[in-house]
Write a protein that binds this ligand. Structure first.
Ligand SMILES: [Zn+2]
Length: 393
């Protein structure tokens, strides 16, 4: 028994047609209200106890419970219902098209393919009549493309009810992820001394001083982070994102602000990266005594280091082998996902998802057969973990 291609296409197309651009990223974005009502109704029709939990006005998580006939652990299948914006799409972002084995459209992979895989897995579980000793929670959360307030809300209110979690995000390589990098968004603020252009003795050029910082940051990346990748999570993320500063052509710039994204590996924290930046400040001060800089942390996300997830890894690995004929390897990732928030809340978690590509870009695609395979892998994993066996009471 498995999901048909027509069923998978029908569900995913319906979800892609519903605009759910995250308003945190794109002011005025449609938000997750419409997609949440659609998915809640779809899951409620299966007989799940499906509710909306408003995280921000008009922006609800969907929480849908399939309760077993006997007690046992609760497994959460989690995916995010929001998408990035679609300014870089010609016109077809919300009008998905099927080309061969691929569906193309905004969010087909990231992460509506994950949402659909979880929903279809549960539908097959219900249809099969499998008795469960335990529960399944399908959680479709908001704002992952923003600052993850959906998953923060979920774990703040429900962590104690969840025993294991599978966080679904698209992936091109049939891999199960048991860890990944953390990251920070940091502003580096360099202060100058505004002065008339004809008063070099008084002026301190914040932009020239910032250039010294940027050069040293780049050197640190080249000499430390780039040559020493984590064996599982790859090269530590570092890149500049934004820069602004100065007031006008005629005045020494009083301030320059650099926005960077910077990664942390398991065992590290953002404080380690901040200390490295402060060492750079000290170096610049040696040659530029009037240098003044400060670090402002805008967002700090811990790395994901899976723990206690052995039963999940085993069941999921077995299911990939049964469905795909090849056992998916377990490794780490050089990106960040909501899996870190689940694990930090004490819920053993793994990260997995259907094959796709061009995430956050035009012509985003998902493999329809792999989305169906993912649904079947999830169903088998649930049966292994909480399928009722003789002797369960
Ligand atoms: Zn995503």
């Amino acid at each position: 028994m498995t999901v048909t291609r027509e069923e998978a296409i029908e569900l995913l197309e319906a979800m892609v047609r519903i605009d759910s651009v995250t308003p945190w990223l794109i002011p005025g974005g449609a938000g997750e209200g419409d997609i949440a009502r659609f998915t809640r109704d779809w899951l409620a029709d299966l007989g799940l106890e499906a509710t909306l939990e408003e995280v921000e006005p008009g922006r609800p998580n969907v929480m849908a419970w399939l309760r077993g006939s006997a007690p046992g652990p609760t497994i959460c299948l989690s995916a995010h219902s929001d998408t990035v914006g679609y300014a870089n799409w010609a016109d077809s972002a919300l009008h998905p098209v099927v080309e061969g084995d691929r569906m193309i459209g905004l969010g087909v992979a990231d992460d509506k393919g994950g949402c659909a895989a979880a929903m279809l897995a549960v539908r097959e579980l219900v249809r099969s009549g499998t008795e469960l000793a335990g529960n399944v929670l399908v959680a479709l959360v908001i704002d992952e493309e923003g600052v993850s307030i959906g998953t923060e809300h979920l774990v703040a209110h429900h962590a104690a009810e969840i025993d294991l979690a599978i966080n679904l995000e698209p992936d091109g390589s049939h891999t199960i992820y048991g860890e990944h990098q953390g990251f920070g968004w940091i502003d580096i603020v360099v202060h100058g001394e505004p002065a008339h252009g004809s008063a070099p003795d008084k002026g301190v050029d914040a932009i020239v001083h910032m250039a010294e910082v940027v050069t040293r940051l780049h050197r640190l990346d080249e000499t430390r982070w780039k040559p020493n990748p984590d064996p599982k999570n790859g090269r530590t993320v570092f890149h500049t994102g934004t820069i602004r500063g100065g007031t006008d052509y005629a005045t020494y710039p009083n301030q320059a602000v650099l926005g960077i994204e910077i990664g942390t590996q398991p065992g590290e924290s953002l404080a380690d990266r901040v200390a490295e930046i402060e060492t750079i400040f000290a170096e610049v001060t040696e040659s530029e005594p009037r240098f003044r800089g400060e670090v402002v942390v805008r967002l700090d996300r811990d790395p994901f280091t899976g723990a206690g997830n052995e039963s999940l890894l085993s069941a999921l690995g077995d299911a990939t082998e049964a469905v795909n004929g090849v056992r998916s390897p377990v490794t780490g990732l050089n990106a960040w996902t909501d899996a870190a928030l689940f694990q930090s809340a004490g819920i053993p978690t793994v990260l997995f998802g259907p094959e796709g590509g061009n995430y956050h870009a035009a012509q985003e695609w998902v493999s329809i057969p792999d989305m169906i395979a993912t649904a079947e892998i999830l169903r088998q994993t649930l049966v292994t973990l909480i399928g009722r066996k003789d002797g369960d009471s």
